[in-house]
Write a protein that binds this ligand. Structure first.
Ligand code: AMP
Length: 368
């Protein structure tokens, strides 16, 4: 990095965002509220984030010249997705501060590196093994048992690049269909519920976590998030402290999400870390309408070198429902639903599984 001085933006300065999806769009909208400008870099001409910024760079992540020009136009750079190519991050980092730091990407782009990192911190994960061949997969199955989940080490999302292996399955066929030689096998976790913690960390080391969120998936895609999660206070505190520990160990600046499994009553640990997302996260969308400061604003504040907010939830319960695929066609229903706030991402055609928008509903605090 050329400049190691702490970042301190002022209104009117420009943040570069890598990635043009709905997360980049909502980041740019939150930045605008704080008087900060954004420039979005994305290879997709239909990027929904392009619609809300004045300047956009539509180029491939391998286009060094475009990356350099983009860096020259902005004061700092952040990203809305974890698969930023390492070479692109290096080009940018040589010119402008990239936040969260580049090392974070190395750890979180690879499920094996991520699980090793979490384990080194003394935090529980599902039992896992490195798998590079059908022979090592068979060895891993002996060690970990079945059922188990085989995952590609890189580029998996929304259940893609994963297969559950059960007793009697054709191991060789499952291995071949995964289509990679870099994978991990994880023990199947018989979780009671899935939760996530959205945490923000400033360069000065201040950490602020939102209320723990409970997440329901449908067809491997997040469908509903509820805050707060229905878990005991002590467990929520443990979950938040795990997220804080991870953020501190990564020397993280910005917002990250830690997805966790809550286990049913037993003798072992009550919570296991599934995945770290080094960015704002779908399970934190409720904070836009349901908290005094949103995850997007916290991220912008953190990378701008501004103080973090102390997020206070607005209602007793906040739910966020994703509008997936054709569900967006029903948007008029949500426009008139009492208490509902709709967000439409402005994407083109709805495709099955495509996140097109979301709805937040805040149940006000009941007076006792
Ligand atoms: P991931 O891409 O790792 O976030 O996994 C997507 C979803 O698959 C999770 O939210 C869980 O619902 C499920 N899943 C992933 N790993 C496991 C596991 N080891 N045991 C049980 N369910 C899992």
């Amino acid at each position: 990095m050329t400049d190691t001085r702490p970042v301190k933006l002022k209104p009117g300065d420009t943040i570069g965002i890598l990635g043009g999806g709905q997360l980049g769009r909502m980041l740019a909208m939150s930045a605008a509220r704080l008087g900060l400008r954004c420039q979005v870099f994305s290879p997709d001409p239909d990027s929904p984030a392009f619609d809300v910024v004045l300047n956009a760079t539509c180029a491939e992540y391998a286009d060094v010249e475009a990356l350099e020009m983009f860096a020259n136009d902005v004061d700092i750079i952040t990203y809305e997705f974890e698969n930023v190519p390492a070479a692109a991050a290096m080009v940018l980092d040589a010119r402008r501060p990239v936040l969260p730091n580049r090392k974070v990407l190395e750890t979180t782009q690879d499920r094996l590196a991520e699980k090793d990192f979490v384990t080194r911190l003394g935090i529980g994960t599902a039992a896992y093994a490195d798998v590079t061949s059908v022979a090592s997969l068979r060895e891993a199955i002996v060690r970990i048992g079945l059922p188990a989940v085989l995952k590609t080490r890189r580029f998996g999302y929304d259940g893609k690049g994963q297969a559950i292996i059960r007793q009697g399955d054709d191991i060789a066929r499952i291995w071949t269909s995964l289509g990679t030689k870099q994978a991990i096998l994880e023990a199947f976790v018989p979780f009671e519920r899935e939760i996530s913690v959205i945490a923000a960390r400033s360069a000065a080391g201040q950490v602020e976590c939102f209320d723990v969120t409970e997440n329901e998936h449908r067809d491997h895609i997040l469908k509903v998030s509820r805050a707060p999660a229905s878990i005991p206070d002590a467990l929520a505190e443990e979950a938040r402290s795990i997220a804080g520990k991870i953020a501190n160990a990564l020397d993280y600046v910005g917002v990250l999400a830690v997805e966790m499994f809550v286990l049913a009553n037993g003798t072992g640990p009550k919570v296991l870390v599934n995945e770290i997302a080094p960015r704002v996260h779908n399970s934190g969308h409720w904070t836009l309408d349901g908290a005094s400061v949103s995850q997007f604003e916290q991220h912008i504040r953190a990378i701008a070198g501004w103080p973090l907010g102390k997020p206070v939830r607005h209602g007793e319960v906040v739910t966020m429902t994703n509008l997936i695929g054709d569900e967006i066609n029903d948007y008029e229903r949500w426009l008139t639903a009492p208490g509902a706030t709709i967000h439409i991402y402005g994407k083109g055609a709805p495709r099955p599984g495509r996140k097109m928008g979301h709805v937040t509903e805040v149940k006000p605090t009941t007076s006792k």
